[in-house]
Design a binder for this molecule. Structure first.
Ligand code: ADP
Ligand code: MG
Length: 457
């Protein structure tokens, strides 16, 4: 009967707090019944229980009252006990308290084999825009203050979009505020390596002690351990132990937890309990912002560096893949300019970056552009190449022509021909029109950018 009430309460909660929070916080609760005026739940960690209590406790109690007339308190039981330390002889823990008592423990804190932090990867060097500002603020939040606002913070994105940068930035900021904090940053691959090494040298105890002694753990590229079962398990234990002690954990991956194949279900779901934020591909504005900031940095080391007007804009337009490639392009330009004593202008760009530019427009034919634009706007290809002038087809046609000009090296007459035998002035007109619209209307800009990304994917 009480179970019935709980499922009704859950339904109400879902409407009230929204599907996402519901999924994160209510669904994982295991209701085990009512005893002595207490609604009892099993939760995975202490932190989880107190979060639910703090954020949804009142509401849950009120709903119990509404539905059953019972005035209850909530009681959370932690279902997964701390993993047992994997010592060769577990009773030795009792015989050697010096290893686990708090005092001797802090006197003898294991060294942290953290990755050296990259001095370039700080918050102040991270340029924000629409696609990454959420990730930036979440990272910033985690790095400031003593609270653990969400645990874990799970950052994900495609390559080269700033995950590692943000992880280093968090580590820097925490370390700068409090040098005594034990911050451990490593890649999932390094985690595995250490784990295997500990198994091999029979030093699992030390391994566990070390990981459980940190205040903040950052694990980069966690998708790496998918499919590696014993490493996953060990990661899971470490993760739980820290979250349970309310120690901040920050994880990155190249995709959302639910999409990581070969990742155990319990790990996937646990990774979703905190805050998940993705970094979207950069848009033109952000790319330009990043380039400007990197150019300024280059100028600080190469005072004679001269970058002609329009070069950064061209790069931001043409290299739309990841920030690493963008950065690499600029570095390469600076090196060429320095060696050849040339200014950085479009000529140099074409000489020095021919391969990058080629790669970024590889395989993109006018036909593909027309086809994908038609799909994007849900019209027929023949609408794009045809003569009809109503806005529902004329606008997608102009967008398509604009992208053809931007993303290929085909001549204006060529493009005109492919678009149903139009002449080159029509092409120029379409390009100008869309260019202006994009400047005036951010929605248009975003839409065109989205289509461009799709084309370049
Ligand atoms: P990921 O870990 O997501 O693959 P990285 O953090 O390694 O990406 O970023 C790749 C490069 O791009 C790094 O040099 C990083 O500093 C730079 N970068 C990425 N995003 C930004 C940004 N928003 N502002 C400044 N630099 C950035
Ligand atoms: Mg990375």
């Amino acid at each position: 009967m009480n179970t019935q009430i709980w499922s009704e309460i859950k339904q109400d909660l879902r409407d009230r707090i929204g599907a996402e929070s519901f999924q994160n916080w209510i669904e994982p609760l295991e209701f085990t019944g009512v005893e002595e005026q207490q609604a009892k739940f099993r939760v995975p960690t202490r932190f989880f229980g107190s979060w639910v209590e703090k954020n949804y406790g009142k509401e849950i109690c009120r709903l119990f009252w509404d539905k059953s007339g019972m005035a209850l308190q909530l009681d959370f039981d932690i279902c997964e006990s701390r993993p047992i330390q994997n010592t060769p002889n577990s009773s030795s823990q009792l015989q050697s308290p010096k290893i686990i008592t708090a005092n001797s423990y802090s006197a003898d804190r294991p060294d942290l084999p953290s990755n050296p932090l990259d001095p370039r990867y700080k918050f102040e060097n991270f340029v924000t825009g629409k696609s990454n500002e959420l990730a930036y603020s979440a990272a910033f939040r985690v790095a400031s203050g003593d609270q653990v606002p969400f645990n874990p913070l799970f950052l994900y994105s495609g390559v080269g979009l700033g995950k590692t940068h943000l992880m280093h930035a968090i580590a820097w900021a925490i370390q700068e505020q409090d040098p005594n904090k034990r911050v451990l940053l490593l890649s999932a691959e390094q985690f595995m390596y250490r784990f295997v090494e500990a198994l091999r040298s029979k030093s699992m105890y030390g391994f566990k002690e070390m990981f459980r002694s940190v205040d903040v753990l950052l694990v980069d590229d966690v998708q790496f351990i998918a499919g590696k079962d014993s490493t996953q398990d060990e990661f899971f234990y470490t993760f739980n132990a820290l979250v349970e002690q309310n120690k901040q954990v920050i994880i990155s991956a190249d995709r959302a937890p639910g999409d990581i194949e070969g990742m155990e279900e319990r790990i996937r779901s646990r990774l979703q309990w905190g805050l998940m934020v993705d970094i979207h591909p950069t848009d033109y504005e952000l790319r330009l912002g990043i380039l400007k900031s990197k150019a300024e940095y280059q100028r600080s080391i190469l005072p004679n560096l001269y970058i002609e007007e329009g070069v950064l804009e061209f790069l931001a337009q043409r290299i739309s893949s990841n920030v690493r490639v963008l950065e690499g392009a600029l570095t390469r330009l600076a090196a060429h300019a320095e060696i050849q004593k040339r200014p950085i202008d479009l000529d140099l760009v074409h000489d020095a970056l021919a391969d990058v530019l080629r790669a970024s427009r590889q395989k993109l034919t006018l036909d593909i552009i027309i086809k994908q634009t038609a799909e994007f706007y849900n019209i027929r290809m023949s609408d794009i190449t045809g003569k009809r002038r109503m806005r529902s087809v004329a606008y997608p046609r102009q967008v398509s022509i604009y992208l053809a000009k931007q993303l290929t090296t085909r001549s204006l007459p060529d493009i005109g021909r492919a678009f149903g035998g139009r002449d080159h002035s029509t092409v120029i007109h379409a390009v100008k029109k869309i260019d202006n619209l994009m400047r005036q209307d951010s929605q248009v800009a975003e839409e065109v950018e989205a289509l461009r990304r799709r084309l370049e994917a």
